[in-house]
Design a protein around this ligand. Sequence first.
Ligand code: ZN
Ligand code: ZN
Length: 587
Amino acid sequence: MAKRDAVEVAQLLAEIGQRMRLRGGNPYRAKAYTRAAENLLTLTLPLETIVAEDRLQEIPGVGDAIADLIAKLHSGGTHPLLEDMRSEFPASALEMLRVPGLKPEKAIKLHKELGISSLKELEDAARGDRLKTAKGFGPALQAKILQGIAMLERGTGQKHVHRAAELLDQAARNLRASHPGVTRITPAGDFRRGCELVSDFILVGQRPKRGYEEISNGKVRVALSDAAHFGATLLFATGSEQHVAALKQLAAKKGMQLDENGLQQNGRRIAKSEEEIYAALGLPFIAPELRESGDVVALALKGRLPRPVEDSDIRGVLHAHTNQSDGVHTLAQMAKAARSRDYAYLGLTDHSQSAHYAGGLKPDEVIAQQAEVDSLNRTFKDDFHIFKGIESDIVADGSLDYPVEFLGRFEFIIASVHSHFRMEKKAQTERILRAVANPFTTVLGHITGRQLLRRPGYELDIERVLKACADHGVAVEINANPWRLDLDWRWYRQALEMGCLFSINADAHSTTEIDLTHWGVVMARKGGVPKARVLNALEREPFASHIEARRTAALRRIKKKTSSPAPSPREGGRRRMRLLRVHAKTR
Ligand SMILES: [Zn+2]
Ligand SMILES: [Zn+2]
């Protein structure tokens, strides 16, 4: 019998992982199989060669035991461990494990009590309101399951961007090892375009020999071409289809031809690299993140190509948790990590008191934490600064979390929804509008509450919320956590037109999560957000003046008229103009 290839073995390994989850026990063990399966898909040599050369253990996550398992699956297509597990549940029941929000023990229960043994049967039972006959299944869980199935259907084959980055990185390492002559290795596809969910796993590289070659041993497709064709190969592998079509059209108009062989005129190739192709077409280089549609070519021709913000423009980490709420590291560690990455400031925002599940800070804890900030700030002198903020829950009625007299203690506030996701649209919108109108609010956090491949956002009139953010000078958060990437980049152009400011926030719960900022920058770039509209692209001094001006105005307002805390939209607009002026000066 033919030996199983990497894709088939990865499937079997993943099945073992899933069956282990169903059995219960250590979830990390189950995860180890899933990870090994994914890494198997990044191979750039046939699995047969790797097994023959006894190099399985060079694959990340593959130790003695898993290597032995892979070798057996490769040669025989199964393993006693797998056969033993297969007798416990039908294969179709495993599909249920992929539904976000349905835990393995619940899936087992549904199988045992209601005889449900496939995704289809699960969906039918949920639609027919039958799940609740099993113990522990209420209408809320039933709704969540239906939502999860819908997400699953939409997200098939997609990976979160940070995980895709890891896999592509591993594939590039494999390629360097398996094909030492290959240079200029670059991920392409929707990953290079900065999409929030990745389904194209493509690497492009330059090979020393003439001609074109394609390698595909797992999930990653590798496209290799010589120096003369590298640009065209990269351009076509990056897409999008619409963008490439617009370029082809432009080429034809200019009496040229653009195809996989490159950009040609009178039968001669006139450009090698991507840069040269754009230049020969009379265009500036169009950043891959902007290549989602064909429209950008027209913008570029009119000289109106956006100049999006870059990683190096970000000067402060504005949304960071410590171990005083639900973070992993201490305040000193978080500050040190931000400083060592050359940021000029850290905006400390632990959770507020209502978020008790996340260790939200009570007023006396806030006071103690702020004293710690003061003493740390004295040690930094002028090269770094911690600003005293809070991620305040937006409570059900739209107020912020602490009494109004207490809010003035914070130098800035990120207002976020962490509860009552299921309000109806109008009430949810009114609730958030109230928080935006609160003069103490500096930034509106993860606006829709979505979690990619896990749950959609709550019902919300996003347009009204953005308009209010623009009117009140409240920055719109681009939450950079790859599970959130909220607000969705598709809204940014409209938000920019309304006059919104953005804040690109790591929402870091550990020192390494500070680096998630990058994914937020990628989203901002996709939405064409320029540096001048990013709050934390401000240097420390202008950032400090911005938040201090807002705080002082808020304090004045509550002194004057405690009964009506909302500033008029006109004043918010004036504040925003002031900030934009500051930006113009510092650029
Ligand atoms: Zn939050
Ligand atoms: Zn947070």
